[in-house]
Design a protein around this ligand. Sequence first.
Ligand code: CTP
Length: 406
Amino acid sequence: MLTGKHVVLGVTGGIAAYKACEVVSRLRKLHAEVDVIMTENATKLVAPLTFETLSNRPVCVDTFTRVESWDVKHISLAQKADVFLVAPATANLMAKLAHGIADDMLSTTLLATKAPILLAPAMNTGMWTAQATQENLQTLLARGVKTVGPASGVLACGDTGAGRMSEPVEIVEAVCQLLTAKQDLQGLKVLVTAGPTVERIDPVRYLTNDSSGKMGYAIAQAAAERGAQVTIVSGPVHIAAPQGVTVLPVQSTMDLYHTMLENAPAQDIVIQAAAPADYRVENPADQKIKKQDGENLTLTLVENPDVAKAVGQQKKPGQVLVGFAAETQQVTENAIKKLHKKNLDMIVANDVTAEGAGFGVDTNIVTLITEAGLNPQPKMTKRQVGDKILDEALRIYQEKHAAKQG
Ligand code: CTP
């Protein structure tokens, strides 16, 4: 609930402006007060009246036309904001904010605000990856500006890639995080593994799995926002690293194994959400394998090390280890076996065949399993699952440390 909280929403002229209507509606349902400022271009995509109706307040467009007391309005909105959200945030808006350009109501108010700023970037992939945009982004991040997204997917221009605005539900969640963020992981080191691993067959082919990395990245983001010092050991994924997080990229399960044995001992909490390949090709070819002219091609696969088990064998006193169990049948029984076999403190079990759970989707349905028993959770966004896992991991951490002192 955001009762008494004031969100100023800047809407710029990206095609995703229509999705900002849902953002306002969701914020209002949480009882936030919302003031909308639109750029002139945004009004060509969505009528100000739509936002006025949804927010129940007049919409500001620019300093001279629609707002009578324009000279104070931008200052009063800048001061009133508990959070200043811009969704969609175009490349142009980001460039202006990075360089202090204030030439309309939105950029003027943004420059004047002391409130936390959250941008939901939305633009063509080429514009997002352009060096200028990326440099502006780094400038803004370094000043403490937060971002949500962009996601990857099919864009309005027909291109596929990064640049799609995050969904309204995720944007609203990020606003809630900013407004209610707790710092209960401050001083703790948290390492999260994420994504698939890839096992080379030859220089152009590999074996992998459907893991998107979304669950691990959501946990890492939650941990960073709660004040932890966070490292992600990540297989190849298409997700931008959360702010302030160190990413150690890996390719194969053997890479993951070596990286984890080196980095896990220094951590307070280790959460292994990666889906490492259990097998690797025994003899990957140095050259591209040629077609066999009708003959079968046989690949011999050898078992990879169980990384979580190896990390479990070197567990330090006071350290908390969490694993995942992606199952398609006998979910609880299999998960409990893994909890013991890998010397974990908690295992997060999920039935990857259930709707709204598992690979690729933004939600998950999990059961947290510890020695104390089963703790089934309702369907939640991966971010909310991340917070739940961290709540529980922190509780175990505190219990262990209280026991050590007592
Ligand atoms: N895991 C690991 N190393 C592997 C395989 C899995 O560290 N080679 C970790 C995963 O990151 C996860 C947990 O172990 O935290 C369980 O992974 P899962 O794939 O569910 O189980 P496996 O141990 O591989 O067992 P199986 O595939 O037989 O179900």
